[in-house]
Design a binder for this molecule. Structure first.
Ligand SMILES: Cc1ncc(COP(=O)(O)O)c(C=O)c1O
Length: 319
């Protein structure tokens, strides 16, 4: 008979959990805890990942991606200690052949996800996210892993960049809502905080305020998912997404023959699309030049999506 009442039970975790201030700090924590000499990374990635590998003295080589941002398995090698997989724009990478994962550490970059999962069922797994990439959070990264991590490397204090960043976010809020401040004030502070973060070498904890915002984020995550899906479905009617699945996507990503022209045309209508990513290491492939990403989070309605679509279609017709 089912037991009713009493304290709520809890299943033990089969992974460990850690929190740091940012995605890059989480990556550093892994590289400083485990001996990794050589990691294979995708040809399309945020340059900060390479910066961190270089700073931590880890050798890297590239593997190739197909047109849907999925790993070309023939370009994987068996020599590296670790394989770096990105769940691009929140969409989990499809299962890759077990033989490429054996005895390797799988670093699963889920910076676009709120929930971290061991999507490859990797034996040696390190998954992490970055809350600031997918929400109004300024700081915070959750790590799930079954590897030994030296948590004394996480400073028991908060990163220097956050103070300016919290102020910048609030200025942006005031700029967007009431135009009460100049946009430049926000932009200057945001740049200043990013510079402080770029020069940071230590791994920090999340502040109390940061934890509060993460808590807020989880409490509305179902609502957020529904909005994203509604927005995605609208865009999918007229544009061809580059990624196969839609369930976890945070951005709608598609290819365009003239993305710079399209983006500057859209700016005339107050639509400012993000850039993913600067090709600072001059890696040879077209993803850096061809992809366009539309944010689909709950700030935007189905009407907003239709407005963006109309403008994209206008641009393509008149081009
Ligand atoms: C794919 C990817 N991984 C890792 C990072 C690092 O995250 P953070 O900026 O929180 O350090 C970024 C940052 O843009 C990213 O885009």
């Amino acid at each position: 008979m089912k037991q009713i009442g009493g304290e709520i039970e809890q299943q033990a975790l089969d992974f460990d959990v850690y929190f740091t201030d940012t995605g890059r700090s989480s990556l550093r924590l892994l590289l400083r805890s485990q001996k990794i000499n050589h990691v294979q990374i995708p040809q399309f990635l945020c340059p900060i990942i390479i910066d961190i590998l270089v700073q931590e003295g880890v050798k890297y080589t590239f593997y190739s991606l197909d047109k849907n941002l999925q790993i070309e398995e023939s370009s994987l090698n068996f020599k590296s200690d670790a394989l770096y997989i990105i769940n691009y724009f929140g969409v989990r990478h499809k299962q890759i052949s077990k033989k490429y994962l054996e005895s390797k550490i799988v670093i699963e970059d889920s910076v676009f996800n709120i929930e971290i999962e061991n999507s490859q069922n990797a034996e040696k797994w390190f998954g992490y996210n970055s809350f600031r990439k997918v929400s109004n959070c300024v700081e915070g990264s959750i790590i799930k892993t079954n590897l030994d991590i030296n948590q004394t490397l996480i400073e028991n204090k908060f990163a220097d960049f956050i103070e300016n960043r919290y102020m910048a976010k609030n200025y942006k809020y005031r700029f967007i809502k009431s135009r009460g401040v100049e946009e430049n004030v926000y932009l200057n502070l945001a740049n200043k905080s990013e510079k402080i973060l770029d020069s940071q070498n230590l791994i920090y904890s999340i502040s109390q305020k940061g934890l509060y915002f993460i808590n807020q984020l989880y409490s509305k995550s179902e609502f957020e998912k529904c909005c994203k899906l509604d927005n995605y479905i609208i865009l999918e009617k007229k544009l061809i997404p580059i990624l196969n699945s839609s369930k976890d996507a945070n951005f709608f990503v598609f290819k365009d023959s003239n993305p710079q022209g399209l983006k500057s045309y859209l700016r005339k209508f107050n639509i400012f699309l993000p850039g993913f990513w600067p090709n600072s290491y001059e890696i040879e492939n077209n993803f850096y030049d061809e992809l366009v990403a539309i944010p689909i989070d709950s700030r935007y309605s189905v009407e907003d999506m239709n407005f963006i679509l109309d403008k994209i279609i206008d641009f393509r017709n008149y081009e």
